[in-house]
Design a protein around this ligand. Structure first.
Ligand SMILES: [Zn+2]
Length: 248
């Protein structure tokens, strides 16, 4: 199966007319199961130190990410926002938080978040820096990030490759792959299963073929759906916390 997006109930920066804080709006309040677990663990640890995890953004649909990017290009929004297909927000694996609510030094928040596999996008814990509020839970897509960092894939920057992998894994379209969404999703699975197959480009070549054979999946280009499901099941077996909704 695909990694699911599940709803999450979390307080946001948005307020009602009386000024009471509202939960994050439903369209944004979705994430992968491992992100769900991480958010609650971080919120719990932060609460023990007197801070609050208050979000301004979490999941973005294709349209929401396109809008965000257009706003950046037009100057309406100052902070950089990549085109659709390149943000972990679209994978349900990134949040933006209210830095004024954490009540601890940002560096200390980094330590807490990192314990749960959630990491910043900026290099240093400077709260005034753009994107200091953005955190990713890369999960198994960190393997894709490392793969591209190691130059085993060269058609994307590591971050874009990992984000695209995350988006494909929840079954959302990534423009770059055109009509070959499933083939690209197969390649994302193969890399996360430890195989070296060249680029994630939607073109199943001999390296992907060999990797599929090695994993014991029947190679059949007339059954892309079947190959993808079997590979997704292997990924699920290797990274169960990205698939199982927490019971809380
Ligand atoms: Zn963000």
């Amino acid at each position: 199966m695909k990694s699911p997006l599940i709803p999450i109930d979390i307080v946001s920066i948005y307020k009602n007319r009386l000024g009471d804080p509202l939960p994050l709006p439903t369209r944004m309040a979705q994430c992968t199961p491992d992100m769900h677990t991480a958010i609650f663990n971080i919120a719990t640890d932060l609460a023990k130190k007197g801070g609050k995890l208050i979000l301004s953004d979490l999941f973005r649909s294709y349209d929401m990410q396109s809008q965000s990017h257009n706003d950046f290009v037009s100057g309406k929004k100052k902070a950089f926002s990549p085109p659709a297909g390149g943000s972990f927000h679209e994978a349900g694996r990134a949040f933006d938080l209210d830095l004024s609510a954490i009540k601890i030094p940002l560096a200390d928040f980094w330590t807490i978040a990192s314990k749960y596999g959630v990491n910043p996008i900026v290099a240093q814990p400077k709260p005034n820096q753009s994107e200091a509020w953005h955190f990713d839970c890369r999960g198994s897509h960190q393997i894709v990030y490392q793969y591209y960092t190691d130059k085993k894939g060269t058609n994307f920057k590591p971050y874009t490759a990992a984000a695209a992998s995350g988006i494909l894994s929840i079954g959302i379209h990534v423009d770059t792959f055109g009509a070959n969404q499933k083939q690209a999703a197969i390649q994302s699975c193969l890399i996360r299963l430890g195989k070296t197959i060249g680029n994630i480009d939607g073109q199943i070549g001999k390296n992907s073929h060999k990797a599929i054979d090695e994993l014991g999946v029947l190679f059949d280009m007339n059954n892309i759906d079947g190959m993808l499901i079997q590979l997704e099941n292997l990924v699920q077996h290797k990274f169960p916390n990205e698939f199982i909704a927490p019971s809380v």
